[in-house]
Design a protein around this ligand. Structure first.
Ligand code: GLA
Length: 378
């Protein structure tokens, strides 16, 4: 079809205008806000980065511990609320013991007797949970931040160089965490690392969720679904026994969505050992390393739905059993079971269980792990 020159000019002007508008949008996307979050005791400045998306979702992340400080999500009526626990200021994070919102490593969860053997060398780690090692110290480090926003959404890159021998772990380990807030209401977390010596690595995020809003009561009526037919039972010190036990007929069966509180106080030996749920589930991911819908949480009152997707083989459901009146954000007090965590991970104590997926990382290998928290309503 032949077009008149005027029509062609109009089309050209229109397409130039559209390019300009989408350029502006891309620029708006890249304008992440940055605020001071204070200074550490030894004088290092720390910042708070505010990521937003076009749906009014917002997340504040600090480079102290690579920590998610807030995550503001609409409910089924569009009411925005902060669905993660946190502290108002840096001092809370610096003195806090519950890893609230933090990037956890080098080894997420426990290592029995704080020791493991790799290539016939035995390594001794810091004992920070009775006789065991728990969660490492990445949550108390200052990370280097960089705005890496793109068309995928506002994104914050955090890097940290963990030195050979830090907390007893072998190998110099440059580690990177990228948080991206997408317009699909996802907070995506990409972890990567390399090492110069054989080592072990297990990274997670320790967000404490309450889909009814942080500090707004307990989470016992919120529902959880976990796509796992097995879990790893624990001993009296919360170390896996090594068994992969079927969830069938137990309070650990979350294959169908069920409220957390329905079975949490049942007379069950595993629940007693964890003082509630504090266990690792073996995800039914038939293609290890691919992104898999691992779990879903739902709050019937607000209608908020959280989907957790991960490339990791396991997930820890922790029901805030040790929260004991922590003074959190906006004057809220966090009591027992006021939040749940869904920590994507390699299984706890993997280095001491050859039957668990290996958490080893060797020189020349590129560690890569992704977890997505996606929010919808129903
Ligand atoms: C993890 C552990 C819990 C507890 C919390 C932090 O979820 O499995 O036992 O240590 O972290 O308090």
């Amino acid at each position: 079809m032949l077009r008149r020159p005027e029509t062609i000019i109009v089309m050209l002007v229109f397409s130039i205008a559209m390019t300009f508008v989408s350029g502006l949008q891309a620029e708006a996307k890249s304008k992440m806000q940055k605020k001071s979050f204070g200074k550490t005791e030894d004088g290092q400045p720390v910042d708070l980065y505010i990521l937003t998306n076009k749906n009014g979702m917002e997340s504040a992340i600090t480079n102290y511990g690579g920590t998610v400080v807030s995550l503001i999500v609409p409910d089924r009526n569009g009411k925005r609320e902060d669905v993660v626990l946190g502290y108002d200021n840096l001092a809370g994070y610096a003195t806090g013991k519950a890893y609230i919102g933090a990037t956890v490593g080098r080894y997420a969860n426990r290592i029995a007797h704080a020791t493991f053997t790799l290539d016939s060398t035995t390594y001794t780690l810091a004992k920070n949970d009775g006789d065991n090692h728990l969660h490492g110290g990445f949550n108390k480090r200052v990370w280097t931040a960089k705005d890496v926003s793109s068309s995928a959404g506002q994104a914050l890159e955090l890097t940290y160089l963990s030195k050979d021998g830090e907390e007893g772990f072998p190998g110099t380990l440059p580690v990177k965490v990228v948080y991206t807030l997408t317009d699909q209401n996802e907070l995506k977390i990409d972890y990567s690392a390399t090492t110069d010596k054989d080592t072990i690595l297990n990274l997670t995020n320790h967000a404490y969720f309450n889909l009814a809003g942080q500090g707004n009561g307990d989470i016992l009526q919120q529902q959880i679904m976990i796509r796992a037919d097995k879990f790893t039972p624990i001993d009296a010190t919360s170390i896996p026994t090594g068994e992969l036990r079927s969830v069938k007929g137990t309070p650990f069966d979350f294959t169908n969505s069920i409220a957390i509180g329905v079975r949490i106080d049942q007379d069950d030996q595993q629940l007693k050992l964890g003082r509630g749920y504090d266990h690792n589930w073996v995800l039914n991911n038939g293609t290890p390393g691919s992104l898999f819908l691992a779990a879903q949480a739902y709050d019937p009152h607000s209608g908020r739905v959280l989907e957790v997707l991960t490339t990791e083989p396991g997930i820890q459901l922790y029901t805030g059993n040790f929260l004991d009146g922590i003074h959190g954000k906006d004057g809220k007090v966090y009591n027992r079971r006021y939040a749940f965590c869904l920590e994507t991970q390699h299984f706890p104590d993997s280095p001491n269980h050859p039957n668990f997926p290996s958490a080893e990382l060797k020189p020349g290998q590129h560690f890569q792990s992704t977890t997505v928290y996606k929010f919808t309503t129903k």
